[in-house]
Design a protein around this ligand. Sequence first.
Ligand code: GLP
Length: 246
Amino acid sequence: MNAEILRFTTPDDLYRSLLGRLVRELESLQATSHGPVLALPTGNTMIPFYELMVKNQNLLLPESWTCFQLDEYYPIPASKEPLGFRNYLDRHLFSKLLTPPRCREHPDGGAEDADLECARYEARIREVGGIDLAILGIGTNGHIAFNEPGSPHHSRTRRVELHPDTLQANFGSDAPFHHAITLGIETLLEARKILVVALGESKATAVRNALLGPICPEMPASALQKHPSVTWFLDSSAASGIPAGF
Ligand code: GLP
């Protein structure tokens, strides 16, 4: 097991440690020719972290970043764009940065042809030399990005049907979307470093299965066991299923 597991008693401690790690990773990436290439997540877990990033943006040099969104609902009618993840990242992060990233990439929720859009997105990642650092959340069912249970671990960026549990978690009843475009699991595993963030009892089973369970498509996050550089940032509730000292 290559995973580094960091446990925190409070969300504040977790997010401050995550910020410190991000600052260190960005510092080491500033020297590269293309600058840092990041894959950024959405979801409720990341909202306090994006607030902390904004407050400390002087440490982050966002103008040097190339950012990829992990996923986006698809299709997104213009009337529903405010519910999409591009808008989420604008609201919680990019609109609050004094010097926005030099390059922002996202799956186009309005693209005519999903397969062509997925191929375009994969090509852009290759063009910039791959992802240096992917920050992931995890769904209660163990999804990473929008790779739902049953996703092949060799999957690439593709259009997916969202699981009822995910729709319930993200929208409650009456979900406005039922499909998405997501970075594939193989695509995620090609990131040179991965940080995973999970807080709360609701994530404990998924975290335990991801770290201790069999590597299988039914638990998408278990694919991370195959990656050489994954760090898990967990609060004590999300880590409650992991033996002490693991
Ligand atoms: C969302 C996103 C994931 C995110 C996960 C957890 O559907 N596609 O990238 O990690 O579900 O979201 P939350 O942080 O709200 O629990």
